[in-house]
Design a protein around this ligand. Sequence first.
Ligand SMILES: Nc1ncnc2c1ncn2[C@@H]1O[C@H](COP(=O)(O)OP(=O)(O)OP(=O)(O)O)[C@@H](O)[C@H]1O
Length: 297
Amino acid sequence: MLAMVETKQLSKNYKNNRGVHGMNMAIQQGEVVGIVGKNGAGKTTTMRMLMGFIHPSAGSAAIRGMDAWTKAAKTKPLIGYVPGEIAFPDTKSGATFLQNELALLRANKDEYVNELIQRFKIDLTADLRRMSKGMKQKTALVCAFMTKPPLLLLDEPTTGLDPVMRDAFIDLILQVKAQGTTVFLSSHMFNELERTCDRIMFLKDGQVIDVLDESKFAEIHAAQRVTIVAATNDGFERLLTSDFEPVRQDPLHNTVVLLVPNDDEARLLQLLGEVKLTDVSFDTQTLDNYFEKELEL
Ligand SMILES: Nc1ncnc2c1ncn2[C@@H]1O[C@H](COP(=O)(O)OP(=O)(O)OP(=O)(O)O)[C@@H](O)[C@H]1O
């Protein structure tokens, strides 16, 4: 079966080695795939190549087997897109904007559009130009979802949303996923990616450096980060030679953070018994801290 999204050695080379370099990925219909990376990693450039807005320097991007650049007229109607930076046309109200977009897309304002408007608590009478960032973001989300496109490309879709609206967004992604929609979304929020994605790609300097699938999420949570402050330098040294992986250390304050599997507490207690301690604290490992080193977050 044709992948919904496929890139082969996809590259966009900007000056100073910036851009995207040799990206290979395939997203099947119904999959939700996330992409993370620090500012400038290449997420938006990737999205824009998939949208057919940017011509790749090398390699290719295809939507349902059609080249995203040369067949853009055929691929774009399949995609609901939320850009990283939203710039609305000079339309007075949200209602007029959505009406105009529906007319452009030759679609009607049906029950689903109303449901989306209610879900995101959008005031359609509000002046589009005076909307807050969050209100603009929600309007853009309704616009991307309202025709039920088979593919959603969402570039940092929850920027500016409050926690309640973030949850509404997550529920919506899970709903469209259950209906077979394919979603590719970028985000800096591991939590929302983890709740929605089948896998997460990690982008650094334009290259995919890691891909985590759902099964690995649970594995990551099955460990604790134990912050231990030793009373003496000898104690600190002993902690560093333990069997547990030191994920961070601060010799100045005799502090080390050890990664301890949840089922390994007996060995941890034994270690703690050997060292004079000033303080110990426990945190469940999250995707954020798992990748903070790799992504330099
Ligand atoms: N039109 C352009 N001309 C030159 N360089 C560009 C252009 N567009 C993007 N870049 C560079 O390419 C790199 C990737 O940018 P991109 O916007 O894709 O990153 P990003 O991962 O989306 O970042 P952010 O998280 O800040 O949105 C950056 O170093 C950026 O400066």
